[in-house]
Design a protein around this ligand. Structure first.
Ligand SMILES: *Cc1c(COP(=O)(O)O)cnc(C)c1O
Length: 347
């Protein structure tokens, strides 16, 4: 049986968390003279709910989990950082992850002085499960995957990913930032079976709320309780909680954006298929595509001159010659098409 206490850092396990005014009195009504707030300037004069229960209850209903299985943070970055700080002892423990993937995992590990072991994906960007398992040792506390993966745009198989959680005395963290654009279902429904599984999602992509900074972690109540214990007391502000609730009240809006972006992704792929500069378009399960071209830097600069900004990923191992292009709206994609058609003519 997996026991979260066995991998929690001693100082975190023994920590007495800060107890805020809002932790000590939980009611909504009354005369509040307990938090040294200013009585004027409603509603921003009040500290937010430290555990964001209203937002969590809506999310829990939507995702069919218990509200206690939801952590909310200042972007996914906060959840990533807290997972490392709670479970990885600096200068001793390590994280096993994949390459290429989201650069933030390594940065967060480096900041926390935790070894970051990168296992390359196979040539076709699939997961090398046996190599990942071999790379993990008794000091591995987290295995971090990203599916659909950034920047390769593909998803990994659920069974393959979950096999890494089996018998692993650490956490399997699966970043599902792009899951709404994927044909694969989320692994959230597997949390009941896999007690060492953590799923990361975000309001930054499909929900169109990158500016709010709201990231989500779903896991067992025990894991979530540890993240709550070490987070900043008021880590998600009043405005963010309000706007998240508004967004969650209108899931149709998000679904419409996702359908439109999936349609636009199809057009974008068709458009790149017809261009001379395209050497290869990688299959995408996300709201971006990865395209191999003869001279990535030259095309990147050419587009910058036309005020179209894409991401040059050609310096990333296994992404040599690749550009990453976010799926935009139809006008943005058309502008990209026109610019690249012109490029094709003169190159
Ligand atoms: C965009 C992205 C996120 C989102 O991060 P936030 O901090 O929630 O904005 C998370 N993971 C990956 C792989 C991403 O590409």
């Amino acid at each position: 049986m997996f026991d979260i206490n066995s991998i929690t850092r001693d100082n975190i396990r023994l920590l007495t968390p800060y107890s805020s005014a809002r932790d000590e009195f939980k009611g909504n009504e009354g005369i509040f003279l307990d938090a040294n707030e200013n009585p004027f300037n409603e509603p921003y004069n009040r500290y937010p709910d430290p555990l964001q229960w209203e937002v969590k209850e809506k999310l829990a209903e939507l995702k069919k989990v218990d509200p206690g299985q939801v952590f909310l943070g200042n972007g996914s970055d906060e959840a990533i950082d807290l997972l490392i700080r709670a479970f990885c002892e600096p200068h001793r423990d390590n994280i096993v992850s994949i390459s290429p993937s989201y650069g933030m995992y390594q940065v967060a590990a480096d900041i926390n002085a935790v070894d970051f072991i990168k296992v390359p994906l196979n040539e076709d960007y699939t997961l090398d499960v046996s190599r990942i398992r071999q790379a993990a040792n008794s000091n591995t506390r987290l295995i971090m995957l990203c599916s659909p993966n950034n920047p390769t745009a593909n998803s990994f198989g659920a069974a393959e990913m979950l096999s890494l959680a089996d018998g692993f005395n650490g956490l399997l963290v699966v970043d599902e930032a792009y899951i709404d654009f994927s044909k694969q279902p989320s692994l959230i429904s597997r949390l009941d079976k896999y007690k060492n599984l953590v799923i990361l999602q975000t309001f930054s992509k499909a929900w169109g709320l990158a500016g709010l900074r709201l990231g989500i972690a779903y896991a067992s109540k025990e894991i979530i309780a540890i993240l709550n214990k070490i987070k900043y007391p008021y880590n998600v502000n009043v405005m963010t909680q309000r706007l998240a609730l508004e967004a969650l009240a209108d899931t149709k809006g998000k679904e419409n954006w996702v359908s439109e972006l999936l349609l636009q992704r199809k057009y974008l792929i068709e458009m790149f298929s017809g261009l001379k500069l395209t050497l290869r378009i990688y299959p995408s399960d996300a709201n971006f595509i990865l395209v191999k071209v003869p001279d990535a830097r030259k095309i990147y600069d050419y587009l910058i001159n036309r005020k179209i900004i894409i991401r040059d990923r050609s310096k990333v191992a296994m992404c040599e010659g690749c550009l990453r292009i976010t799926v935009g709206n139809k006008y943005e994609n058309k502008a990209l098409y026109d610019a690249l058609t012109e490029y094709d003519k003169v190159n």
